[in-house]
Design a protein around this ligand. Structure first.
Ligand code: SF4
Length: 388
């Protein structure tokens, strides 16, 4: 790690002002070619496995990136100049903005979950162009972890279709959904940002449109108006992640500002999505209760009744990681002033040896109870699917 590198100046960027943006309102499908979209992703170089380049999806992606330099690689997991943290601290926002990796996903497996979703589907990507300070997605590749798109999307879709059909109808309601098997399709990235450069998200939304016993689900911190044109017919759940804007400005680097995510909810509902919210992560710091009360009040004030009637939420307390803490000290130490609270947190070694950090059990339980009280008081219509 290059501690002497000058840290980037992190701050949450307003990519566009949702309410006033003509492209957002007038021309769904055009956003990905807009200057606002290019502030998020302006691909200048592609690292690609040859098989990914040769695939129809790879060719489609590259046709939209004329003149972009391509470096062929043996595997999407092994790109020393991109992955890992050493030497990359000062430039990872640039890497995330300008670099794309194309690969083939060889292992297609659906895992049971049972909390947010019934199942975790094999994701169409991993990595992210955004840079949330608490993000667990970089845990395996390092923080400079640009988007890797998997180009064998037909195989991913066919796998999911087979898995859904093998389940048959869902006969027992649970916290994920009363009637549909819920498949998380975005565990390791953000499907809304992927859709700026590729149709993988569109293909999965289209596939679930024709699966009446199942529903796709993904969390997002980015408002991409192009998704409004995908016609999900109620079979895709978008979960807009929200937190007090003061926390988001410090921690949710490069994301759409929280008020924009909330303001987009009705448009997504009207376009055929189910719209839920992730109240996450809940970060404990002075004033957190007041700010979460304000956020819930804001949700209550601005969301129309039709959004409230179908909305539900997950509440997720912050978990952190010692290695990520060390990395963040090199580029965004102000974030660590709130994320790293050893007096309130306990550590647990995970199966892969990483030292994970979470709020001590008693503090966590007390805080979750308080958030539930705030919800009851300020947003009683917001069903809590689960709190963790
Ligand atoms: S948007 Fe999600 S995947 Fe992307 S950096 Fe933030 S937490 Fe990670």
């Amino acid at each position: 790690m290059n501690r002497s590198a000058r840290p980037d100046q992190p701050d949450q960027q307003a990519l566009f002002a949702w309410a006033d943006t003509p492209v957002a309102r007038a021309a769904p499908g055009a956003f990905r070619d807009s200057p606002q979209a290019r502030r998020m992703l302006d691909v200048r170089e592609v690292y690609a496995e040859p098989a990914a380049l040769d695939s129809p999806r790879g060719q489609q992606i590259m046709a939209r990136l004329p003149g972009v330099r391509v470096t062929e690689v043996d595997g999407h997991w092994r790109i020393p100049s991109l992955h890992g943290n050493d030497g990359n601290i000062a430039r990872w926002v640039r890497i995330k903005t300008e670099t794309l990796v194309l690969g083939v996903k060889h292992t297609l497996a659906t895992r049971p979950n049972g909390r947010s979703a019934d199942w975790i589907a094999p994701g169409p990507s991993n990595g992210c162009a955004m840079a949330c300070a608490y993000c667990y997605v970089p845990r395996r590749k390092g923080y400079a972890n640009p988007i890797t798109l998997f180009t064998n999307i037909e195989a991913i879709v066919a796998h999911v279709q087979r898995h859904v059909r093998a389940q048959g109808p869902k006969t027992t309601p649970n916290q994920c959904d009363p009637t549909a098997w819920v498949y998380d399709i975005g565990e390791n990235g953000d499907c809304s940002v992927d859709a700026l450069v590729c149709d993988n998200t569109a293909d999965l939304v289209a596939a679930f449109r024709d699966l009446p016993t199942a529903k796709a689900s993904f969390a997002t911190k980015f408002v991409n108006p192009d998704l409004l044109a995908l016609d999900p017919r109620g079979r895709t759940r978008v979960r807009f992640s929200v937190m007090p804007p003061a926390d988001a400005r410090l921690l949710d680097i490069r994301t759409s500002p929280v008020p924009e995510r909330i303001a987009a909810a009705a448009d997504f509902l009207d376009a055929g999505y189910e719209v839920h919210f992730n109240l996450s992560p809940v970060v404990l710091r002075p004033g957190w209760q007041r700010d979460w009360a304000d956020l819930l009040t804001h949700l209550d004030d601005v969301l129309p009744a039709r959004v409230k009637e179908q909305a539900a939420a997950e509440i997720i307390m912050l978990t952190h990681n010692q290695a990520l803490h060390e990395v963040n000290l090199g580029w965004h130490p102000r974030a660590e002033e709130v994320l790293w609270q050893p007096d309130a947190q306990e550590t647990k070694r995970s199966q892969n040896g990483a030292l994970n950090v979470r709020y001590a059990l008693e503090i966590k339980q007390r805080s979750l109870a308080r958030i539930r009280q705030l919800r009851t008081r300020h947003a009683p219509w917001l069903t809590v699917r689960y709190a963790f």
